[in-house]
Write a protein that binds this ligand. Sequence first.
Ligand code: IPE
Ligand code: IPE
Ligand code: MG
Length: 260
Amino acid sequence: METEIKTSSEAIQEKTSAEDSQALDAAPLPRHVAIIMDGNGRWAQRKGMPRIEGHRNGVKTVRKIVRTAAKAGVEYLTLYCLSSENWKRPPAELSFLMFLLKKYLVDERKEILRQKLQFRTIGRTEELSAGILDEINKTKKLSADNTGMTLCLALNYGARGEIIDAVRKLAEQVERGELQPGQIDEQILSNSLDTTGMPDPDLVIRTAGEMRISNFLLWQISYSELWVTDKHWPEFTEADFHMAMQDYVKRDRRFGGLNS
Ligand code: IPE
Ligand code: IPE
Ligand code: MG
């Protein structure tokens, strides 16, 4: 009797896990993945190298993960490259970051176009140097008609600043009589943010273990799934990215409601 009961409960278990894996196969992948690429400096220091070597190696991971995300069918990939608070770093590190950013924009243009990526940025890019702005605008223009994944770089980005900029724009519209205060809703505010036209991130990945958001996409990540790894950005692999995606599809996104 005992054996029979055990057998039938095992059968139920087997059936359930088969159903589970079917459900997993059918679960939608994240359309928008946003990454806080952290830990470059610590990675380098751990290896006895200067922090800038971490940034140099971080660019290699960017290349790899952009390709991986596009191949996986992600529609939007947002990468936190430079925050509005990163200006607090020492001048030598900042000037190396600017050098690397310009070099990346020039070196990767061909590859961005080959992969048919749509290139965009968020953040106060107008405060970057004219040379960097030129490279940004060139790639934006050349990739404008592409139909592949959107690669969005967060440059001199801070979510609080972004929300302030949006509120100012709306206040100016109200002042000109183009908008009534009562008309302002979530959609209108969303459309005034730098991320206008992009869906909210489904999945936020942070490397290097910190359990914080660091002023990234505060409005947009209200219901994003968070995935944090202890690995530093230069050592983050394609397999890690796939692991994050697999964990994501197992999550039960309830958006405040009740799922069965
Ligand atoms: C992330 O790595 C890159 C930028 C913020 C520009 P960090 O430079 O923050 O590296 P850690 O966190 O100090 O190790
Ligand atoms: C977040 O990393 C910003 C980027 C990855 C560009 P930080 O290293 O600046 O964040 P904190 O200072 O640890 O919060
Ligand atoms: Mg950091």
